[in-house]
Design a protein around this ligand. Structure first.
Ligand SMILES: NC(=O)c1ccc[n+]([C@@H]2O[C@H](COP(=O)([O-])OP(=O)(O)OC[C@H]3O[C@@H](n4cnc5c(N)ncnc54)[C@H](OP(=O)(O)O)[C@@H]3O)[C@@H](O)[C@H]2O)c1
Length: 301
């Protein structure tokens, strides 16, 4: 491990960013004489951000808002490595990320670990363009391409809300399978890539340990809460109509249903060894995740 990496974690209150911080803090705690977080120069330092004002997370914490470019310079000052998640819910994430990366390079940042998606080809629209940008701007980079998060079944995701309100959820994935991944494992992998002496400049798929269908997932949820949870399979066309009927624009509805089709056609049906390779332990299976998050299946976390 590098003696003194100075790391900025964007989205630290989120699914993956939170896990990045937790893992980095554990690394710090394991290093004799090095404070577990926010250490100035004697060991690894961790800076986290949020759109609100400073929260007490045990790290150096600054305000950062993608929609306020004047917050970028403070966030990257004195930092050499960054965990990057792109702005969520914006039409084109490229302009703000481009401005941020330029600021980061000026401040001396050399390595960026960027969270993309298994469904997004580098160079493709949205996150794909951001991945290209990271690769062209940063001397050292890693692009993580995870499958769908286990966290989608709990918390505030629409899938989780459907399960809570009706004990069923709808997809157009058919029998398509994928290896759902715990965001905790993504964060742990990202942390390892941030602190490693070697840069590993490459793209990595990040998955859970087993590729399963949404019917299989429903069976795991049923077992976890002891109540039947049903996966309702519809066609891609029906799914598009459902999104439109619930108020989404036609284009966006087609993109959302397209993600289900991606799974239905087997394009997410694989298992990668990335978590094991970089964390030294296997990724968590859905059954274990669900038994730990049983309460959140029925109550928003
Ligand atoms: N869910 C999936 O199955 C899946 C699969 C593959 C890839 N992904 C990708 O994963 C990414 C989301 O990662 P995640 O789940 O770790 O995040 P998340 O839990 O959705 O959290 C989003 C983070 O963004 C921060 N944020 C919100 N608005 C912001 C703003 N204006 N400026 C700066 N920060 C802001 C939030 O922090 P504060 O509000 O506290 O500041 C929060 O920490 C997306 O790019 C998504 O495409 C998701």
């Amino acid at each position: 491990m590098n003696e003194t990496p100075r790391i900025l974690v964007l989205g630290a209150s989120g699914n993956t960013g939170g896990a990045v911080v937790k893992t980095l803090q554990a690394y710090g705690a394991q290093t004799s004489g090095v404070p577990s977080s926010g250490a100035p120069s004697s060991g690894m330092s961790i800076r986290t951000t949020s759109t609100k004002n400073v929260r007490s997370t045990g790290t150096d914490h600054v305000r950062f808002d993608w929609s306020a470019p004047d917050t970028y310079a403070t966030a990257v000052a004195g930092v050499d490595r960054v965990y990057l998640i792109a702005p969520v819910g914006v039409v084109d994430p490229v302009p703000p990320v481009e401005a941020f990366l330029a600021e980061a390079r000026r401040a001396g940042v050399r390595r960026t670990v960027f969270l993309s998606s298994s469904a997004v080809r580098t160079g493709g629209p949205g996150l794909g363009q951001v991945a290209s940008l990271v690769q062209s701007v940063m001397p050292e980079w890693a692009v993580l391409r995870p499958t769908w998060f286990m966290q989608n079944f709990v918390g505030r995701h629409p899938l989780a809300e459907a399960i809570r309100s009706s004990r069923e959820f709808v997809t157009a994935t058919g029998d398509g399978r994928q290896a759902f991944v715990d965001a905790g494992d993504i964060g742990a992998t990202a942390a390892a890539l941030l602190v490693d002496d070697a840069a590993h400049t490459s793209e990595f798929y990040v998955t859970g340990p087993e590729s399963i269908s949404y019917d299989d997932a429903a069976a795991v949820l049923t077992e976890a809460i002891g109540e039947p949870i049903r996966h309702v399979a519809v066609s891609v066309e029906q799914r598009v109509r459902q999104y439109v009927d619930s108020g989404y624009p036609a284009d966006f509805s087609a993109s959302l249903a397209g993600l289900d089709d991606f799974i239905r056609t087997g394009q997410n049906d694989f298992v990668a060894d990335t978590v094991n390779r970089f964390t030294g332990r296997p990724p968590r299976p859905l059954r274990e995740f669900m038994s730990e998050h049983r309460d959140k299946l029925l109550t928003p976390g």
